[in-house]
Design a protein around this ligand. Structure first.
Ligand code: DOR
Ligand code: ZN
Length: 431
């Protein structure tokens, strides 16, 4: 199936051009081209063309958590959000700590066919932090695992972390750390600070993140391994990352859309939709996250898309599970927090949502330049349009969005994966 995109501006730059796609590849790019016979045409006047988005951090819940999300519903949300590849975290039931489970997730993702689903393998058996999982077997399996993480939990034991990084270096894969010293966060319910004290919630100190990141950078340096820091939330962590990068440590970092926009001020409603791990922090922290993303100290935006069925969220604060939806709102939150204030242009959006995540994980055909001969893998965005978020209308099985009722800028008009339209005008296109 051929595709013709008429009058779009790649990276929001220059005069509008036409894009001709055949057999999944860009074959022509320029002004005044003719649509090939029988090609689907997208009139893209005023729309920005970007490489398809790559999310290094999602929870698709399958196997075992299908009441909250499945690989199919999560893939639909991803396609509608402009994503063409996602990394699915292993905190499922059973845990993705072996070749059988990662191959299942990979195969199911391919069957659904809306987005490339890359399973993340667990670092330790059962996410228990005690015994290394068989990283090599997962890396060499049909799922070709590129990234390992115990996300949801921290690999707290320094010796286990050291060994994991040594294997990662040998296997040329990435260890993604959920940086949280569990000794410092025992019982924690909110960012340690004024708001938590006022609400009587036990605090999660920023130092629990900062100290683990500092330790892991030292371990990664020694092992010459690639370390990725999940969902950076605190200002101080930025300083540690900057110093490590300057010293040549192979470390990359992500920030979530919610840590760019929301603060612990939202907690005064006691609505568990705002409960997330790491917790929402202060306005000074969100400001520091934005600056670090603009500067490149934080490499990428990753959603930590964490669907939870109503029974896990419609409960009192302490009992509710942490996490919030992210796939369909990521672009809009990024436009609101970074593009509109002039901290990032569309080139920058392509860098943090597509190019850098593909580079970090070594994906050969994602995050590629928009040029002749390259894969036709795109997100087509209307930068002027706005929409109102309604959890019930999102494609996820769960509806735990913290942006309910908010009006946000930036609408994903179409998503294209290797020449195939996976979503258009808010509708998913089934394979
Ligand atoms: O808020 C979170 N939710 N943080 C995590 O680390 C895990 C995730 C989940 O699995 O729900
Ligand atoms: Zn996490």
């Amino acid at each position: 199936m051929n595709l013709f995109i008429h009058n779009t501006r790649p990276y929001g730059e220059g005069d509008p051009v036409d894009v001709v796609v055949s057999d999944g590849v860009i074959t022509e790019l320029g002004a005044g081209l003719t649509a090939p016979e029988g090609a689907e045409t997208i009139d893209a006047d005023g729309l920005v063309l970007l490489p398809g988005f790559v999310d290094l951090h999602v929870h698709l819940r399958e196997p075992g958590g299908e009441e909250s999300e499945t690989i199919e519903t999560g893939s639909r949300a991803a396609a509608l959000g402009g994503f063409t590849a996602v990394f699915a975290m292993p905190n499922t039931d059973p845990v993705a700590d072996n070749a059988v489970v990662v191959e299942y997730v990979h195969r199911r993702g391919a069957e659904v066919g809306l987005v490339d689903v890359h399973p993340v393998g667990a670092v330790t058996v059962g996410l228990e932090g005690a015994k290394l999982a068989e990283l090599g077997t997962m890396a060499q399996s049909a799922a070709n695992v590129r990234m390992f993480s115990d996300d949801g939990r921290c690999v707290n034991d320094p010796l286990i972390m050291r060994r994991a990084l040594e294997y990662a270096s040998a296997l040329d894969v990435v260890i993604a750390q959920h940086a949280e010293d569990h000794r410092l966060t025992a019982g924690a319910q909110a960012n340690e600070g004024v708001v938590a004290s006022r609400l009587g919630l036990a605090g999660w100190p920023a130092t629990a993140e900062e100290t683990v990141v500092a330790r892991d950078c030292a371990l990664a340096r020694e092992a010459r391994a690639a370390l990725h820091v999940c969902h950076v939330s605190s200002q101080r962590t930025i300083d540690v990352l900057r110093a490590a990068k300057e010293a040549g440590v192979r470390v990359s970092a992500e920030v979530t859309p919610h840590h760019l926009l929301l603060t612990d001020a939202a907690l005064t409603s006691y609505d568990p939709v705002n409960k997330v791990n790491p917790p929402l922090r202060t306005a000074a922290d969100t400001k520091a996250m934005r600056a670090a993303l603009a500067e490149g100290v934080i490499d990428v935006v990753a959603t930590d898309h964490a669907p939870h069925a109503a029974q896990y969220k419609d409960t009192e604060w302490a009992a509710a599970k942490p996490g919030m939806l992210g796939l369909q709102t990521a672009l809009s939150v990024l436009v609101h927090t970074m593009v509109e204030p002039g901290l990032l242009d569309w080139r920058g959006v392509a860098r943090v949502l597509s190019e850098r995540p593909a580079e970090i994980t070594g994906l050969p055909d994602q995050g590629r330049p928009i040029a002749v001969g390259e894969p036709a893998t795109f997100a087509l965005v209307d930068p002027e349009a706005q929409w109102t978020v309604r959890g019930a209308a999102l494609a996820s099985k769960a509806s735990n969005t913290p942006y309910e009722g908010m009006r946000l800028p930036g609408v994903v008009v179409a998503t294209v994966l290797r020449g195939r339209v996976t979503a258009r005008d808010g509708q998913v296109r089934n394979g």
